[in-house]
Design a protein around this ligand. Structure first.
Ligand SMILES: [Zn+2]
Length: 153
C-alpha cells in the first residue's frame, strides 16, 4: 500500500468514526450506525431512544423553576442553582444545559443589587407620595374646619 493510499485510508476511517453514532451499549461496544442527518452524535435509532427518554418539558421546567419566583433576589437565584444541580445529579438535564443555566444565573446575580436598588427607590418614592397626599388631606381638613368655625361664629 502506497503512502497516499494509507493516508487516504486513515482519513476515511477517521471520517467514518466521526460520522459514527456515539452510543455505547451495556457491553461497552460502540454503535456502528452512522449519525442521523438531524443529529450530531446519534444514529436515527438511538436518537429515537434518547428523545423517548427525555422528561416532559413542562414537568422539568416546573422542577427547575420551583421556588425561584421572578429570580430578582439572590435567594431565588440560589434556589434555581440548587434545582439545576439536583436535576443534573439525577441526569434529568444535559450537562451543557446545566452550564448554560449556571452562566445565566451568574448574570442574574450580577443584576440583583441593581434591581433591589430600583425597588427601594420606587418604594421610597411611593412612601413620599403617600406622605405628601396625607399632608394635603390634613391641610384641606384643617382649612374646612376653620371655615366651618368662622361660619358658625
Ligand atoms: Zn446508534
Amino acid at each position: 500500500m502506497s503512502l497516499a493510499v494509507e493516508v487516504l485510508s486513515s482519513i476515511e476511517s477517521i471520517n467514518q468514526i466521526s460520522n459514527q453514532c456515539t452510543h455505547i451499549n451495556a457491553a461497552g461496544r460502540r454503535c456502528r450506525m452512522l449519525v442521523a442527518p438531524t443529529h450530531d452524535t446519534l444514529c436515527a435509532h438511538h436518537l429515537q431512544q434518547h428523545i423517548a427518554a427525555q422528561p416532559n418539558p413542562e414537568i422539568l421546567a416546573a422542577e427547575l423553576l420551583e421556588s425561584t419566583g421572578n429570580l430578582n433576589t439572590a435567594d431565588r437565584v440560589n434556589a434555581l442553582l440548587a434545582n439545576v444541580t439536583k436535576a443534573l445529579a439525577r441526569q434529568r438535564i444535559d450537562r451543557r444545559d446545566a452550564l448554560a443555566i449556571g452562566y445565566l444565573a451568574q448574570l442574574l446575580l450580577n443584576t440583583v443589587p441593581g434591581v433591589q436598588k430600583e425597588h427601594h427607590a420606587i418604594r421610597s418614592a411611593q412612601a413620599q407620595q403617600a406622605r405628601a397626599a396625607l399632608r394635603k388631606k390634613s391641610f384641606a381638613e384643617t382649612q374646612a374646619a376653620r371655615l366651618r368655625a368662622s361660619q358658625t361664629a
